[in-house]
Design a binder for this molecule. Structure first.
Ligand code: FES
Length: 125
């Protein structure tokens, strides 16, 4: 069974890399590794666990105002069920629901409540 390093980057905070098997959700693995991610429903319905994929070659710290190149979430993660909390444009912008996403490659993901607020605070998203 394959596993991948997923680097979780809290906006304005720490970074943590967790080795996650292809059968495990990012949220499950992060919780087992004592990496506290926000969550609610754990079924893809509420959006509390949302993360944002970061460009693979980006080495600077997370900047909430930074605009990343478009990233295809489908290349990075598989979903265990339909991500109902995300609209198609959210997926196009690299947002991913970590409670139902299993990794398909090593990636960096911006996480934490600020990522969720990006969706909530911007009425155009
Ligand atoms: S915890 Fe609700 S969508 Fe992930």
């Amino acid at each position: 069974m394959a596993s991948y390093d997923i680097t979780l980057e809290w906006v304005g905070g720490p970074t943590r890399t967790v080795d996650i098997s292809e059968r495990e959700t990012v949220l499950e693995a992060a919780r087992q590794a004592d990496a506290p991610l926000p969550y609610g429903c754990r079924t893809g319905a509420c959006g509390t666990c949302v993360g944002r994929l970061l460009a693979v070659d980006r080495t600077a710290s997370v900047d909430v105002d930074a605009t990343e190149d478009p990233i295809d979430v489908a290349d990075a993660f598989a979903y265990q069920r339909e991500p109902r909390a995300l609209k198609p444009r959210h997926r196009d912008d690299g947002y991913v629901l970590l409670c139902i996403a299993t990794p398909e490659t090593a990636r960096r993901v911006a996480v934490g409540s600020q990522v969720q607020s990006e969706l909530v605070d911007n009425p155009w998203k």
